[in-house]
Design a protein around this ligand. Sequence first.
Ligand code: ADP
Ligand code: ADP
Length: 227
Amino acid sequence: MDILKVEDLTKIYGKDETQVTAVDQVTFSVKKGEFVAIVGPSGSGKSTLLHILGGVDRPTRGKVFIEETDVYSLNETQLAIFRRRQIGLIYQFYNLIPILNVEENLTLPLLLDHRRVDQQRLRELIETLGLAERMNHLPNELSGGQQQRVSIGRALINQPALVLADEPTGNLDSKNSKDIMDLLKLSNKLYQQTLIVITHDQNIALQADRMITMEDGKIIKDEVIRS
Ligand code: ADP
Ligand code: ADP
């Protein structure tokens, strides 16, 4: 089953002479549970594509379907709710809220949605993330690896269908990078969660089921690594 379908997606920034086609007529689909790596040179449109898939940047043309929902037919309010329930976004820089502690940062998506915190699931997640001793800490009291684990927890707490990560290990050393990728892969396997990761790291790309290469806003290669 395809969880994600992208049709003829185009994103143009700017006007007239300064116009940039960041994503250029991209079409592809992703199966439920698939782990896809997106690679390609800087400026090739990877982040723009990921943002459009994540419901945070409207395309100029084309459509995105996530679990049959035509994402950009939703209005802003519907889109915000859809995003919180269905999509987990992870960035290179953790985007944690500095005045909230670890537990508050983790559970924020639930609170914004007026949903109950399932204490059992929260405890399991905290154990998996290795953050049990850190729940009352503020983000600036944590190491980079720990901060990224919080941001992953926040992305996973709603058990989203689709997890999107933009260079999630770009700011981490190799030991922390491995731990973070292991966490993402575990969640991908355990919950049949679909995982799309932008990376410059060939070692990470080779852990995926499939590698998509972008250049000048287009997909120039789409390879199965393992099936
Ligand atoms: P990548 O993630 O592969 O480095 P990006 O998606 O960030 O590529 O960028 C693709 C192209 O779009 C680049 O030429 C970049 O300069 C341009 N671009 C990205 N975001 C914006 C923006 N907000 N405004 C104008 N141009 C942008
Ligand atoms: P990890 O391997 O989990 O990333 P580190 O070895 O980098 O942890 O850090 C060890 C401890 O030092 C962490 O548990 C954290 O509490 C503290 N620490 C690390 N970096 C910082 C920082 N930039 N600011 C505050 N505390 C930090």
